[in-house]
Design a protein around this ligand. Structure first.
Ligand SMILES: [Zn+2]
Ligand SMILES: [Zn+2]
Length: 80
């Protein structure tokens, strides 16, 4: 029995996500996303896909990266 870090729900089927060496327990993917998914620097949405990283800044897609002037950015998921 573990407790979800996001909503505090005690649940017997929680799962753990290890990120940067820290273990987090959640009862659902929705809670894991809420706590751990990075946020697009441009539009503020949660990045659930590959995302695009430019100069260590994360964007949800190549379009957002280009909106802020990053050049030569391709969507990683579609480049191969
Ligand atoms: Zn939860
Ligand atoms: Zn975005």
């Amino acid at each position: 029995m573990a407790r979800c870090e996001t909503c505090g729900n005690e649940y017997d089927k929680t799962f753990d996500v290890v990120m940067d060496g820290r273990r987090h327990s959640f009862d659902s993917f929705e809670c894991a996303v809420h706590m751990l998914a990075p946020v697009c620097t441009h539009c503020g949405c949660r990045i659930l896909g590959h995302g695009v990283e430019v100069d260590s800044v994360l964007y949800c897609c190549a379009h957002c990266a280009q909106e802020v002037g990053a050049e030569g950015v391709r969507d990683r998921a579609h480049s191969h």
